[in-house]
Design a binder for this molecule. Structure first.
Ligand code: G
Ligand code: G
Ligand code: MN
Ligand code: NA
Length: 250
């Protein structure tokens, strides 16, 4: 397809950019980090999102090239932020499953000079559906390189408690779906409470995503979430627009 050919050129010609969404401490509301969200500015079709370009990259064999570009760009941006503000990068399932991720992570860190603990890699539960030895050893190798690992979209997949226990996660990211239903029906507070409790029992920090209202933030804070992310604290924005938020570093 034409878009696949376009994608090859897009990487070379700088049509990809990263937007960054702030992550704040639940209580302090100090800036803890940013999640990097890639955007493709297609010359004719306008903005193309990851839901479209990630599968496309896989079709045309550019999964690793795209993934490596995102890692490098995210680390480069983060290296200019005050320590210890971190950057969080989503790993697509095919990139995680393929070759080269560990080497690309090490290369991105070396090229940017970012200290490894300021890079966090987000993987979804579905990536770990095959709870196999290769996945486990890859996560351990990444951990050994010093980077942090977050489980993204927590609560939407099928991972067992055993998976959570066995894999070395540093953080659980509670899916926006749970946050959205918060103040709407009391029952979801119980689920949220259980997720936070689980994190605490496993000594994994818990972050809630998709926080849009002060009421949601209040409940999440009270229930013991460590960090919050969502439009209430900042929409994904280009690097040039981050100065005001960066001033809020603790
Ligand atoms: O920012 P936006 O709403 O377009 O993001 C859509 C979804 O794409 C989000 O759920 C996000 O987790 C995911 N996403 C963002 N960047 C990447 C990426 O590099 N790879 C993969 N697989 N998903 C990503
Ligand atoms: O990787 P993940 O699926 O978590 O990606 C986060 C996505 O959620 C991004 O695409 C981001 O734009 C979106 N998002 C983050 N915060 C909010 C929010 O408060 N409201 C809504 N509607 N979307 C959000
Ligand atoms: Mn994410
Ligand atoms: Na998420």
């Amino acid at each position: 397809r034409q878009l696949g050919t376009d994608l090859r050129r897009a990487l070379a010609e700088g049509q990809f950019t990263l937007h960054f969404q702030p992550i704040v401490g639940a209580h302090s509301q100090a800036l803890h980090g940013f999640e990097a969200l890639p955007r493709w500015h297609h010359p004719e079709h306008g903005e193309v999102g990851p839901v479209e370009f990630v599968p496309l990259a896989e079709e045309v064999g550019l999964t690793r090239a795209l993934g490596a570009w995102i890692l490098a760009a995210a680390c480069r941006a983060a290296a200019s932020w005050p320590d210890p503000v971190r950057v969080s990068v989503n790993l697509s399932p095919p990139y995680f499953a393929g070759d080269g991720l560990e080497a690309d992570v090490r290369a991105a860190l070396a090229a940017s000079g970012l200290s490894p603990e300021r890079l966090e890699l987000e993987i979804t539960e579905s990536v770990l559906l095959q709870d196999n030895a290769a996945n486990l050893s890859l996560l351990r190798a990444l951990r050994a390189a010093g980077v942090r690992i977050a489980m993204d979209e927590f609560g939407t997949g099928y991972s067992s408690l055993g998976t959570l226990h066995r894999f070395p996660f540093d953080r659980l990211k509670i899916d926006p779906g749970f946050v959205r239903s918060l103040a709407r029906d009391g029952g979801s507070v119980e689920i949220l409470r259980a997720m936070v409790w689980l994190g605490r029992a496993l000594t994994i920090d818990v972050l809630a995503e998709g926080v849009e209202t002060p009421e949601q933030a209040r409940i999440l804070r009270e229930e013991g979430c460590h960090e919050l992310q969502g439009n209430l604290f900042g929409r994904p924005a280009p690097v040039a627009d981050l100065a005001a938020i960066l001033a809020r570093t603790a």
